[in-house]
Design a protein around this ligand. Structure first.
Ligand SMILES: [Fe+2]
Ligand SMILES: [Fe+2]
Length: 185
């Protein structure tokens, strides 16, 4: 079966919408901490676990593949392109540090509130900026490549992996996160 690479781009954009919802939720936890209250740390933990098992493990590697193919096949469209895999590694590193901090808190460790606020805020900013850049720059270049030659990106290895929060009906590991999502628009 011939899968159009544009389906993959649709999936990447859908992932961004979902990640933006989760980041908004994460920001409400920062607001709580800034107001001097304890956030829901179980929810915090589920959010950070979600970020590591889906965006870091599924979404970003897919983008890396498309990015490599763009560079390889359309050097003319790749001029001045940022280092996407490097950005993804940075984001994954920040995310796992934050996840470790939250796990430590849930295990009873004392972590400074101002540090949590700072680290979480930096993570949100970084990921939002990254997604914005991808949509405004990287994805536009990929669309141009696909408009010219829809089969330029080899998607034979590509398979859809379900998002454990937005696509699976029952996922015990993310119950609190699923219950905290805004109603679907
Ligand atoms: Fe990305
Ligand atoms: Fe992305």
């Amino acid at each position: 079966m011939d899968v159009d690479a544009r389906e993959l781009m649709t999936e990447l954009r859908e992932d961004h919408r979902n990640m933006a919802i989760v980041l908004d939720l994460l920001e409400t936890l920062v607001d709580e901490m800034e107001a001097g209250r304890d956030p829901d740390f179980e929810l915090f933990d589920e959010i950070m676990r979600y970020m590591t098992v889906y965006p870091d493990a599924v979404h970003h590697p897919k983008e890396d593949v498309v990015y490599e193919q763009l560079r390889e096949k359309r050097p003319d469209l790749s001029e001045g392109l940022d280092d996407v895999p490097g950005d993804h590694r940075d984001i994954a590193r920040l995310g796992s540090l934050l996840r470790d901090e939250v796990e430590a808190i849930n295990a009873g460790a004392a972590v400074r509130r101002d540090k949590m606020i700072e680290d979480t805020g930096a993570y949100i900013q970084r990921l939002r900026g990254h997604m914005r850049w991808e949509e405004d720059d990287l994805f536009q270049r990929i669309d141009k490549m696909l408009d010219a030659e829809p089969h330029q990106v080899d998607v034979s290895e590509w398979q859809h992996i379900k998002d454990p929060v937005f696509e699976l009906e029952i996922e015990a590991g993310f119950r609190r996160l699923m219950q905290s999502l805004p109603p679907a628009a």
